[in-house]
Design a protein around this ligand. Structure first.
Ligand code: FEO
Ligand code: CA
Ligand code: CA
Length: 689
């Protein structure tokens, strides 16, 4: 069970079951306490085939959740799944051999203050918050931290991770990481939230952003260690220079007194997850950017949840650009996808405005058959949408300067679409309990609705009543107008490189079906959806640029004992419990790996692998769990290594530096530190074979 220490300075009310008030406060600015920002009356899946909700079904959903929570609480640790031994009770016959890549003994749900990996696997901490990576940066000393030191050290709360090749350097790769947000209460002894000092604020600016750091592998195993002072090592923070490119660059909507050109922005904020491009750059989603801006009463973009008063961190006291009463357009310069060229430490990263502005969870890329980029991105908010960008220029191969420069323009021209989904079962069969409809699947068809097209000569809007500039800056409003489908918090979206199918993690939505909020529909079939689900999308003719697709729910998460769960039809007595899917990744076999954030099952968060094809499709197994208070992020699954970011360990209600809830990774007497962990097999063989 999550430790419950006395609340300090937190708003009253209930938090999502598995998430601490501290995390809600610092990570997303208490997004769940605010009104649902999407009050548009556009059609949702349930409207397509109208149906009613019975009182009995609501009761049943509530009862299931209560029983599951009570069971986990009574035992302290939920029962371990019997993945290999249990006989098939129902569903398909049990195949004998595990899916290739997933042949490990699952880690049982647990609440250890540790990273727990399967038997026969080993782990090491690759890099922690505060480790020096740039020349001249001092060793980490949290009692004497300074903004200058932090700017040369690994940042706080690592989230997205990428491992890129380093040609010509044996046994080395380049690690790129996001630093989503800071938790000042766990970073500073005696922190006073009402009166942060300038030094504390500047440390927080320097602890946000991105990091690039070379890592070296031990020969013969998967251990990774950071290479400090490598010439490609780099930190980008809330004060580094970024460029705005694409259709919004130079627009009046993004001009400020410090930047009358509307093209140069200081910093990137709340980088959650991201992606790696086929041309060797990385993408980073700016997610809950709204929380950093104060006095948004007259802000034009009401759909983004910008508050009217002071902010949690009070940055507006130290830089007026965070005060929208003084700089109303500054918030328009955040909420973008950032593209970084990690191989060019001099280059300014670009904010790609053609990909739209919303709370980008991530951005993942594939190519069309003729070499154009297609980027998927979810908007992580209750009842918000997911999107696709289809570029109009082809990628050039090779590593010449001309090719690299060309490829750095690929995300500035193309069309942005939003998803609209339709179910194929009668609405009366979607009763909000998660009970499968008569055709045995939550499934249907969908279309990508064009919002705007950016070209080298200007941009064209496809949304009545909005200019192209408005569509790109106020993308949520454009989605409202065209009737996009309101989803249960779209997180990571990623195409499977083996099958081409696209997976959308929908983490949870406890407001689904409550009060005046939208009711269950076939794509979001549970009311008070605490555990989330994963949608599988197949582009028509398997062409990434198609404007039509088919979809079905691949997983409906929760305790497998809960009748509302679904694991692609695999026997439910043979899968691990899972709750709140967030980031996804694939291994070379095409298995889907899912990390979780805020498990509402009483266990710590973790990383899971699940087969997506063959006779074991839907068999889900837990690979690791993370320490107290942490979420699992940024999974990278290589042949011999799994890499995860342990984000916000120790972030438990009431915890402080003086009263830590976790002392991971260094033990009692040390500060809890977000860190990156590598996991490998003790016998040196590939993961899960
Ligand atoms: Fe930063 Fe949507 O998780
Ligand atoms: Ca159906
Ligand atoms: Ca996330």
């Amino acid at each position: 069970m999550r430790k419950l220490l006395p609340l300090i300075g937190t708003p009253s009310g209930s938090h999502p079951a598995g998430r601490s008030a501290l995390t809600c406060r610092f990570r997303c600015g208490d997004a769940c306490f605010h009104e649902v920002p999407n009050t548009s009356d556009n059609e949702y899946v349930g409207d397509v085939v109208a149906g009613a909700l019975s009182r009995r079904s609501v009761m049943r959903a509530a009862a299931v959740v209560t029983v599951a929570a009570a069971g986990a609480g009574a035992a302290g640790v939920a029962a371990a799944p019997q993945a290999e031994a249990a006989p098939a009770a129902k569903g398909r016959p049990r195949p004998q051999k595990g899916a290739r890549g997933l042949r490990f003994t699952p880690v049982p749900p647990n609440t250890r203050d540790a990273v727990t990996v399967p038997d026969g696997y080993r782990q090491n901490v690759v890099i922690r918050w505060g480790e020096p990576i740039l020349r001249g940066a001092p060793a980490f000393d949290p009692e004497r931290q300074s903004a200058r030191a932090q700017a040369g050290q690994f940042g706080y709360n690592c989230d997205f991770l990428a491992l890129l090749p380093l040609k010509g350097e044996r046994n080395r790769q380049l690690l790129v990481a996001n630093h989503e947000y800071t938790d000042e209460i766990l970073m500073f002894r005696d922190y006073d939230p009402e009166n942060p000092t300038r030094e504390q604020v500047e440390i927080a600016w320097a602890a946000h952003g991105l990091a690039v750091v070379a890592v070296e592998e031990d020969r013969g195993n998967g251990r990774l260690t950071a290479v400090s002072r490598h010439h490609l090592n780099r930190r980008l923070t809330a004060t580094s220079e970024f460029r705005l490119t694409g259709p919004v660059a130079g627009s009046d909507l993004v001009k400020t007194s410090a930047d009358p050109t509307g093209t140069r922005v200081l910093g990137t904020l709340n980088n959650c997850s991201g992606g790696t491009t086929p041309w060797g750059t990385t993408l980073h989603g700016e997610e809950n950017f709204n929380q950093y801006f104060a006095n948004g009463g007259s802000a034009t973009d009401k759909r983004y949840g910008i508050g009217t008063g002071a902010t949690e961190r009070k940055w507006e006291r130290f830089d007026k650009r965070f005060d929208l009463a003084q700089e109303p357009n500054e918030a328009h310069r955040f909420g973008w996808v950032v593209e970084l060229d990690p191989y060019d430490p001099q280059s300014a990263p670009r904010k790609r405005t053609a990909l739209g502005r919303f709370k980008h969870e991530a951005a993942t890329v594939r190519l069309t058959h003729d070499g154009r980029p297609v980027v998927y991105s979810g908007d992580d908010e209750r009842f918000d949408y997911f999107y696709k960008f289809v570029g109009s220029k082809r990628m050039r191969h090779g590593n010449s300067r001309a090719a690299r420069e060309h490829n750095l323009s690929l995300l500035d021209e193309g069309t942005l679409y939003v998803a609209k989904l339709t179910g194929d079962s009668p609405a009366i069969e979607i009763d909000g309990t998660g009970k499968l409809p008569k055709d045995g699947e939550f499934d249907g068809s969908g279309e990508w609705i064009p919002l705007a097209t950016a070209t080298a000569h200007g941009a064209v809007s496809h949304v009545e009543g909005m200019t192209a500039e408005e569509v790109f800056v106020f993308t949520r409003l454009a989605g409202d107008k065209v009737g996009a489908t309101k989803m249960d918090r779209p997180e990571d979206i990623e195409p499977n490189p083996v099958t081409g199918k696209v997976y959308v993690a929908l983490t949870n939505n406890s407001n689904r079906g409550t009060g005046a909020n939208p009711k269950a529909d076939e794509a979001n079939p549970r009311h008070a959806n605490k555990h989330g689900h994963v949608l599988e999308l197949t582009e028509r003719w398997n062409r990434p640029e198609s404007t039509r697709f088919a979809w079905s729910l691949f997983l409906v998460a929760g305790d497998p004992e809960d009748p509302s769960t679904y694991f692609a039809g695999f026997p439910k007595d043979a899968v691990s419990p899972i709750s709140c899917p967030d980031n996804v990744a694939f291994d070379a076999h095409g298995n889907l790996w899912i990390s979780t954030d805020g498990s509402a099952l009483g266990s710590h968060d973790g990383l899971f692998g699940v087969a997506t094809r063959g006779e074991r499709r839907g068999e889900l197994k837990q690979f690791l769990t993370v320490p107290t208070g942490a979420e699992t992020c940024g999974p990278v699954v290589q042949d011999r290594r799994v890499l995860v970011a342990v984000q916000h360990p120790g972030e438990v209600d009431g915890a402080t530096v003086e009263r830590p809830a976790s002392t991971w990774p260094d033990g009692p007497g040390s500060y809890v530190r977000p860190a990156v962990v590598a996991v490998w097999r003790a016998d040196g063989r590939d993961i899960g074979v």
